[in-house]
Write a protein that binds this ligand. Structure first.
Ligand code: ADP
Ligand code: ASP
Ligand code: MG
Length: 446
């Protein structure tokens, strides 16, 4: 029997009207048994601002968050006890902001969790008002993680056993609503999976409940050949493989969290991505065996890249240089994305999502100091990564030739090709990123 988990992102639950559209999707698909929601659009950003704001600004941001939620409550006459339940959550949020901070990272995750905790409550009430029997589940009882606050790693086995236990309690006809993005560690402290993590939550929960299908409802009708906000000629892709979608997400297509597909792949869950604003517009099916495997499927842009070039101070071919370098980066939890090497130097890009957490610098000062004991380090910021995603890219000279002919007027800072047949990528100046995407899209996918 089919069991669908549907995830609705921030813009899909931004306000009352958007939530109504989601309710209609659920009404029209009886296989949807569990819903994972993001915080209402703009709320997590404001909570993240609170974490670094000063007193007066905190009150202002709390008022703004209150106004977003109140406008939903006011759009429909919710009962007094519901209004009270929401006010209580807001009060709890206010108290949390004023609390003395012992562990900033843990405090921040608890703070960020209020976005999803409020939206899931509101969403469940909207479902009820539309005749759908619904209840909320606290994702922190389901999704167990380690204590890496800000980018917690899930414990998939424990999560699965909690989910299966919960599944036994599901009444026929009831739709559960839970929070994306948040989980909890062994001590019951709230953790988060990193920004954009609700997609990942939805996939982990879908795997946990042995779901057959995962639907990701967002503000565009599927995965496009490139970000439609950058390039108006981008087209929706009807179907693609798991590896193509995973590469695209990793290389910056914001539509999916990079880790989100792994639990779906491992558990053979069909994935559909569509627009909650236009549910009938179709979308993208992601599967293990799509009917087509084109040379180039899409192009993606990832902004704010940091390029670190490490020049060895010792002699040529000094053995152990790379091992020493990576040992230091690993010890400081610095996640490396792309690497290119020459005889005496190595250039690498740092992964902002993987490396930076809790406001720390991407390359901590202590790591830099250790590197500078045996090398000269140059750090460049303000770069964007352009990635061409497809199949057999490394094997087809035609694609790289066409790409570099297309961008020959731009300064390309680093090129990576060959490690995977699914991508070719290079760094350009941030200011030129979008125009490079448009021109590459036009020449290769246009
Ligand atoms: P949600 O709040 O639903 O999680 P996101 O804002 O995280 O939505 O992701 C949807 C956005 O991803 C789209 O509005 C679009 O601008 C962006 N995006 C980037 N690359 C792509 C792509 N290749 N296809 C579709 N959307 C993309
Ligand atoms: N609300 C979280 C964020 O904005 C998680 C998500 O929406 O996926 O990052
Ligand atoms: Mg998202």
């Amino acid at each position: 029997m089919s069991f669908t988990v549907a995830k609705f992102g921030g813009t899909s639950v931004a306000d009352y009207r958007s939530m109504l559209r989601c309710a209609e999707i659920i009404q029209n698909d009886s296989s949807i048994r569990l819903v994972v929601v993001s915080a209402c659009a703009g709320v997590t950003n404001r909570l993240a601002d609170i974490a670094i704001a000063r007193d007066k600004k905190v009150d202002f941001l709390l008022d703004e968050i209150g106004a977003i939620h109140s406008s939903i409550v006011e759009s429909f006459a919710f009962s007094e006890d519901k209004q009270r339940a929401l006010s209580q959550l807001h009060e709890e949020l206010g108290c949390h902001c004023g609390k003395p901070i012992e562990d900033w990272a843990a405090w921040r995750d608890e703070l960020l969790s209020f976005g999803e905790r409020c939206s899931s409550l509101l969403f469940s009430w909207v479902l009820e008002q539309n005749g759908i029997v619904s209840d909320t589940l606290d994702a922190r009882q389901l999704l167990k993680t380690n204590s890496d606050f800000g980018r917690a790693q899930p414990d998939e086995l424990t999560t699965k056993s909690h989910c299966l236990e919960q599944k036994q309690k599901l009444e026929p006809g009831c739709v559960w609503v839970t929070q994306g993005f948040i989980g909890s560690n062994n001590q019951g402290q709230t953790t988060t999976l990193g920004r954009g993590g609700s997609d990942y939550s939805a996939a982990l929960i879908a795997a946990g409940f042995n779901a057959t299908d995962l639907q990701i409802w967002t503000d565009v009708a599927g995965i496009y050949t490139t970000d439609p906000r950058i390039c108006s000629s981008a087209r929706a892709i009807a179907e693609m493989s798991f590896s193509e979608a995973a590469e695209l997400a990793t290389f910056g297509a914001k539509i999916l969290h990079p880790s989100s597909l792994a639990p779906a792949i491992q558990n053979d869950i069909r994935v559909f991505i569509g627009s909650s604003k236009d549910a009938l517009a179709g979308g993208t099916y992601v599967s293990a065996s799509p009917t087509t495997r084109p040379d180039v499927r899409a192009v993606a842009l990832r902004r704010n890249q940091t390029l670190v070039t490490v020049h060895s101070l010792s002699m040529l071919h000094a053995s152990g240089f790379l091992a020493r370098l990576f040992e230091i980066l690993a010890r400081y939890n610095v996640s490396v994305d792309l690497v290119t090497t020459s005889e005496v130097s190595i250039a690498l890009t740092l992964d902002e999502g993987g490396s930076v957490a809790n406001g720390e610098a991407l390359l901590p000062a202590a790591a830099l100091e250790e590197l500078e004991q045996f090398s000269r380090v140059e750090i460049e910021t303000g770069l964007s990564l352009v990635a061409i995603i497809g199949n057999g890219i490394g094997r087809d000279a035609h694609i790289s030739q066409l790409t570099f002919n297309t961008v020959n007027n731009y300064a390309v800072r680093l090129i990576c090709q060959g490690a995977s047949e699914h991508n070719l990528c290079f760094l350009v100046d941030d200011a030129q990123g979008e125009s490079v995407i448009r021109i590459v899209h036009e020449k290769i996918l246009g």
